[in-house]
Design a binder for this molecule. Structure first.
Ligand SMILES: [Zn+2]
Length: 634
């Protein structure tokens, strides 16, 4: 009877048809969740792949799926985010579900070989579906070598960007360019390796290009240039406290200096701390949002290591690595590239000290020129000295450095503090012939809080509190502490927590705000003498100080939102200037109207002495009106 044979054929046919029936169209992430296994050899978390572990990779992988209209996917990223495996998932998907010619380019042929052995071989061996399709390189007639893997319907070729021969080897539908910022600028005299590789995709209308890299140098970074041409997506995640969506930025990560284990992320909306362990829920609810129009076919993704999932690279480690990098340009550079996923600006943002030194002016040190209408001072406390700058302020916050003094002496002993008191009692000659007192002196409490409070207690103090504004006397002393807050320059005063020092308040300063403001003012250009134009608002004048002063004033630069001191540079002059600026703010300069300036000018043009003028500057909470309209008049 032919029945068994027929049955056998039918069974065989049915099985054959079932085997060929396409799966419902899978995306790359769905494929990975179903078929991908991570090898214990190459992964810290071996076992089945879960896209939920790195939710930000889902959209990126799915843009590489045949169902997506996206042609080019550009990823600029930090380390420890899982992008290598995302690329491998795409390779696996192509072999299994969407075969065609594919090329994977590493910076060098050597790296391509290593990647093949350490990443691609385990990818194929660990996933049953792939193992059946790619014969091992060692079997005869497999058609496979370290750098070439054949599979039904396609071939995977791996090469290095340093090999023009490799890049020109064949036409490809799928092109994976890995770590492009490490590619040579020119390969074998044939031009840019990326252009060479792109040229191989021309014959395919439904091609896909995946370009991934950690960026290196600003202006030279290929990945940054490609990202800028894209639709520039960033990953927005919700605050666990208030739900506000935001992009994670390094400047919102804060910790007490020297204690990176206390690092927390501060929400941009509610300012509440978010801890590393809360990150995964944020990532799960995240979404990619474009910031530019792009060309419609290219999607760009930027992701820093701040997004690294819980258990991989924590915010505490970010803080620790940042601290370790201080004073070491190479480590800072690595931090910016590998952690922030941003390119390194070779030149810092500090103004050149030489320029400032070259345009010093001839007014006498210790005197205030005509435009300077009131004085403040800022004092920086060190172990063996106190450094103080006296600054005159005028309209438009134009400023003149009046004097810079270094008071030598052990700050644990009273002598040097007595010198500071004597300085606060001095009056400085003004171009009008009058003498000006220091209105407010801010002294840094960071080095020795208790001694600072004790000293401040001996002098008139500024305060604002529930009782309303109290007009301080001239020669007001203020204890101040710098913070990393970026929202305001002077943040307010809180009572010092000690019954013995009742009435002493500690003022806090948003140091980054003050430094950024100062550096933008130091970059202002003075008018030419012929033009006869006034100096721009905010311009900073200096007398003939020594070089060292200008070196210190420009010692820091803003690196990705954090201020860092250049190696082998001191920065006391910068700190003093920032405290003197805070003192001007406490005196009221940020709220001055025309009326206030005119009153200050009248005071200096009328032949009165300081003792006759009941000068009571406005120290007030921001939201309140000035106490009186004639606070400067007799
Ligand atoms: Zn919040």
């Amino acid at each position: 009877m032919p029945l068994p044979a027929q049955t056998a054929t039918e069974i065989y046919d049915a099985a054959f048809r079932a085997g060929l029936r396409p799966d419902p169209v899978l995306t790359v992430s769905e494929w990975a969740d179903r078929y991908r296994r991570l090898s214990g050899k190459s992964s810290a978390e071996p076992g089945p792949w879960r896209t939920d572990r790195t939710p930000y990779l889902r959209e990126i992988m799915d843009s590489l799926s045949p169902t997506s209209p996206v042609e080019r996917v550009v990823v600029m990223k930090g380390a420890q985010l899982g992008f290598t495996e995302a690329g491998n998932n795409w390779v696996g998907y192509v072999i299994h579900k969407s075969p065609g010619p594919m090329m994977v380019v590493q910076p060098t042929v050597e790296l391509a070989k290593r990647n093949s052995k350490q990443r691609i071989d385990p990818l194929i061996e660990e996933s049953e579906a792939l193992r059946e399709l790619v014969k091992p390189a060692r079997s005869r007639d497999s058609g496979n070598t370290v750098l070439s893997k054949e599979f039904p319907g396609g071939v995977l070729v791996m090469t290095g960007a340093n090999s023009a021969v490799g890049l020109r080897s064949m036409a490809v539908r799928y092109l994976f360019l890995d770590e492009v910022d490490a590619y040579p600028g020119d390969v074998d005299g044939e031009g840019d390796p990326i252009n060479l590789a792109f040229a191989r995709t021309r014959t395919f209308s439904r091609r896909k290009v995946f370009m991934v890299s950690t960026p290196l140098i600003t202006g030279w970074s290929r990945i940054e240039a490609a990202y800028q041409e894209s639709d520039q997506r960033r990953y927005w995640v919700p605050c666990p406290h208030c739900g506000e969506y935001q992009v994670l930025r390094f400047e919102r990560l804060r910790w007490p200096k020297g204690e990176p284990q206390k690092a927390a992320y501060y929400c941009i909306a509610c300012e509440q701390p978010i801890f590393n362990h809360q990150k995964n829920t944020m990532l799960a609810r995240g979404e990619w949002r474009p910031e530019a129009a792009g060309d419609g076919r290219t999607r760009g993704y930027h992701l820093s290591s701040l997004y690294s999932p819980v258990g991989w690279y924590s915010w505490e480690r970010v803080a620790e690595d940042w601290e370790k990098a201080q004073g070491d340009v190479e480590r800072l550079k690595s931090f910016v590239n590998l952690v922030l996923g941003e390119s390194w600006q070779e030149r810092g943002e500090a103004p050149d000290w030489e320029l400032l030194y070259a345009r010093r002016e001839d007014y006498a040190i210790g005197t205030a020129p005509q435009g300077g209408l009131f004085l403040t001072a800022g004092a920086d406390v060190q172990r063996d000295r106190i450094e103080v700058e006296v600054v005159a302020w005028g309209r438009g916050k134009e400023s003149w450095s009046v004097d810079y003094r270094v008071l030598m002496g052990d700050t644990a002993r009273p002598e040097v503090w007595r010198q500071l008191s004597a300085l606060l009692d001095e009056e400085f000659p003004h171009a009008s012939g009058l003498r000006l007192p220091i209105r407010v002196l801010c002294v840094d409490s960071g080095f020795n809080p208790h001694l600072t409070y004790e000293w401040v207690q001996q002098h008139p103090q500024a305060s604002w509190g529930p009782a309303g504004a109290r007009a301080p006397s001239p020669k007001t002393a203020v204890a101040i502490k710098g913070t990393a807050r970026t929202d305001r320059l002077v943040l307010g005063a809180s009572p010092v927590d000690s019954s013995r020092r009742r009435g002493t308040r500690l003022w806090t300063l948003g140091t980054p705000v003050a430094k950024s403001e100062l550096y933008s003012r130091l970059r202002l250009t003075p008018p030419t003498e012929e033009s006869g134009e006034p100096f721009p608002a905010g311009y900073c004048h200096f007398p003939r100080y020594e070089e060292e002063y200008f070196r210190q004033l420009t010692a820091e630069s803003l690196v990705k939102g954090h201020w860092v001191v250049a190696p082998n540079r001191r920065n006391e002059a910068l700190d003093c200037r920032v405290y003197a600026r805070a003192a001007a703010s406490i005196y009221g300069i940020d709220r001055f109207t025309e009326k206030h300036w005119r009153e200050l000018e009248q005071l200096l043009s009328t032949p009165v002495t300081e003792t006759e003028a009941p000068a009571s500057p406005p120290i007030r909470p921001v939201r309140r009106r000035m106490v009186s309209s004639n606070w400067m008049k007799r």
